[in-house]
Design a protein around this ligand. Structure first.
Ligand code: 5GP
Ligand code: ZN
Length: 130
């Protein structure tokens, strides 16, 4: 059986950390975060301005700016790993009745942080947003 944490075996070798990127700084531990999960390929942490009782972000450790930059077949395992973690981590945080998962891409997608991230939002409604 494949260990999900090591699934993206064909991880890209480019996408070096960007010293000006806030999420690269979180990956490096230079900005603190409330960590939900960490493995070789991804980090998950609580959003600083949550829309829902549970709102965390799953990010690749590599600096991949947007989903446009993850369209190459070599990224498929990484993207699948991120999506597969969403229900597992939501459940581990007590989410029992479903969740929203969201990737904002580019200016018209209202992406504010230029490092690919998957929002996962859940918990009892009403929510602050969304
Ligand atoms: P976007 O609009 O780019 O899809 O979402 C970026 C998200 O990152 C926002 O929900 C915002 O609250 C969150 N965020 C921005 N800066 C930080 C930070 O320094 N720490 C954490 N934990 N979340 C952040
Ligand atoms: Zn980055």
């Amino acid at each position: 059986m494949t260990d999900p944490a090591s699934a993206p075996s064909a991880a890209p070798t480019t996408h070096a950390a960007d010293p000006d990127c806030i999420f690269c700084k979180i990956v490096a531990g230079r900005i603190p975060s409330r960590k939900v999960h960490e493995d070789e390929h991804v980090l998950a942490f609580h959003d600083i301005a949550p829309w829902a009782p549970v709102h965390f972000l799953i990010i690749p450790k590599l600096h991949i700016p947007t989903l446009y930059d993850a369209a190459d077949p070599r990224h498929q395992a990484l993207l699948g790993h991120m999506l597969g973690l969403a229900p597992r981590l939501a459940t581990s945080l007590g989410v029992v009745n479903g969740f929203r998962s969201l990737i904002n891409t580019g200016p018209d997608g209202h992406q504010e942080v230029g490092h690919l991230h998957l929002h996962v939002m859940g918990g009892p409604r009403p929510w602050a947003r969304g």
